[in-house]
Design a protein around this ligand. Structure first.
Ligand code: 13P
Length: 244
């Protein structure tokens, strides 16, 4: 057992209403696991009444502190709603909203400056994996952030490896495939900072469900999961949380 903090994070994406918050509160009222449970609902639900077992994360935030940025939400605003975590650079934001590695790095820096823990998402496409570029892509995504924040600050970051071909497809990476990339990420960080490498929690995401989670979470360098579809079903998500 590693001493690293273990997390299961729900990314509801643009799903869920108040009734789902109530269902989660009921399901998690007696949760006593060691694994930290974080729910990232849409912004509109962050101010709801949440059971104290559940910690809150946002799915995105602005890199700016305030100002004329219509439709954006700042880290300060999130802190006011007791949010402690924020997903940054999800592949859907990179692909659909044009978020570059540089913008992602700026957001990670801004989150850390404001004491929010960023959950930095990285991962390759199907074509990139086929071309043998997986680690090259993931390393570039991480190195742009390291250039911005330095390696010491990685102890204030969670990294989620989410292969794009596994997101919402039902096609999970095998435990060995996931472990390979996680191990490579940790080794890459260790090249410049062994302390950060041993402390940082690395999560796997991509079609995690109540049936496949145990095998994934058993892997040496996998410290939990970032869950999309299965996190919309409170019972399934609860099963995933207690399997870490
Ligand atoms: P799925 O679990 O639905 O594949 O989504 C993964 C994801 O994108 C979590 O951020």
């Amino acid at each position: 057992m590693s001493v690293r903090t273990r997390y299961v994070i729900a990314n509801w994406k643009m799903n869920g209403h108040r009734d789902l918050v109530s269902a989660f509160n009921q399901t998690f009222a007696n949760y006593q696991g060691d694994t930290k449970v974080i729910v990232c609902p849409p912004f509109t639900l962050l101010g709801s009444n949440w059971d104290e077992q559940i910690k809150l994360g946002a799915q995105n935030m602005s890199e700016h502190a305030q100002g004329a940025y219509t439709g954006e939400v700042s880290s300060d605003m999130l802190k006011e709603l007791q949010v402690s975590y924020v997903i940054i650079g999800h592949s859907e934001r990179r692909a659909l909203y044009g978020e570059s590695d540089q913008l992602v790095a700026d957001k990670v820096q801004s989150a850390i400056n404001n004491n929010l823990m960023p959950v930095l998402c990285v991962g390759e496409t199907d074509e990139q994996r086929e071309a043998g570029e997986t680690f090259h892509v993931v390393k570039k995504q991480i190195s742009t952030v390291i250039e911005k924040i330095g390696t010491d600050a990685l102890t204030k970051v969670i990294i989620a490896y989410e292969p794009i071909w596994a997101i919402g497809t039902g096609k999970t990476a095998t435990p060995a495939q996931a472990q390979d990339v996680h191990q490579a990420i940790r080794a890459y960080i260790a090249e410049s900072n062994s302390n950060a490498a041993s402390q940082i929690s690395l999560l796997y995401g991509g079609s995690v469900n109540a049936d496949n989670c145990s095998e994934l979470f058993e892997q040496k360098d996998i410290d939990g999961g970032l869950v999309g579809g299965a996190s919309l079903k409170p019972e399934d998500f609860h099963k995933i949380c207690i399997s870490v």
